[in-house]
Design a protein around this ligand. Structure first.
Ligand code: HEM
Ligand code: HEM
Length: 194
């Protein structure tokens, strides 16, 4: 598999960014929802800190990924994909990038503006600067944004993953296989397309 993307397929760097982000984002969604229900304890603080560190990691990965996209380009749409689907996929991918960044920024801003006396550390290794001073209005806005953006993110992901599966199982084209190494392209439907 090539490092860079080619006109026909994704290279391993983009594939790595994609699936690492998927695992981290699904983890963040689950942990984000569960952590608030934990009883006040040292463990709860540790889980919050972990959520923040992983969220900041997703933000950094997304920025790196967008930079890599500029350098490495993207494959052409799979031949035969209707124009409206190409445009819909581009819009969905753009929205996924925007919402991922907005999600991380709103979390970071909420932490900063709520003024809690806990330093924002990246996995305990180094201190991350605050985005603002203590401000109740900003904190309320940021936590509200963080609270509804995840619903938008989840909806986008479900539509996006559904579209990828539709390409694989119904259109039987290489859209998913070229993003998922090891998955063979589906080929013609036995007895139908052959
Ligand atoms: C893509 C990245 C992120 C995702 C997908 C994500 C997801 C979530 C979700 C689903 C919740 C539960 C929201 C709710 O119950 O309304 C949550 C809560 C929270 N997140 Fe994130 N998060 C991300 C990044 C961050 C970052 C970078 C920070 C801070 C630096 C952060 C700080 C928090 C905090 C403090 C809460 C609890 C909010 C409250 O107490 O109401 N998150 N997150
Ligand atoms: C948290 C979950 C996910 C996020 C945030 C996400 C995000 C993205 C983004 C931003 C792109 C566009 C890449 C680019 O043009 O630079 C993309 C492409 C892609 N994703 Fe996902 N994705 C997620 C889950 C999934 C899942 C579960 C599947 C499969 C079932 C999937 C299959 C694909 C495929 C096949 C492409 C390439 C589309 C093409 O070649 O036009 N993704 N994803």
């Amino acid at each position: 598999m090539p490092i860079r993307n080619t006109t026909e397929r994704w290279g391993w760097v983009s594939i790595g960014f994609h699936w690492l982000t998927v695992v981290l984002v699904l983890g963040l969604l689950v942990v984000g929802l569960v952590m608030q229900e934990l009883p006040t304890s040292r463990t709860k603080m540790d889980v919050y800190a972990l959520h923040k560190s992983i969220g900041l990691t997703v933000m950094a990965l997304t920025l790196l990924r967008l930079g890599w996209r500029l350098v490495a380009g993207t494959p052409e749409p799979v031949p035969g994909t209707p124009r409206w689907q190409v445009l819909a996929a581009q819009a969905a991918h753009g929205a996924l990038y925007v919402v991922l960044l907005a999600m991380a920024l709103s979390g970071w801003l909420y932490h900063s503006a709520s003024g809690i006396p806990v330093k924002l550390m990246w996995f305990g290794l180094f201190e991350v600067p605050e985005l603002s001073g203590r401000d109740e209005g900003v904190a309320d806005f940021a936590v509200a944004a963080h609270g509804w953006l995840w619903v938008v993110l989840l909806a986008l992901v479900l539509v996006h993953a559904g579209a990828a599966l539709k390409h694989h199982y119904f259109n039987r084209d290489a859209t998913l296989a070229r993003m998922l190494p090891g998955l063979p392209p589906p080929g013609p439907r036995p007895g139908k397309d052959s």
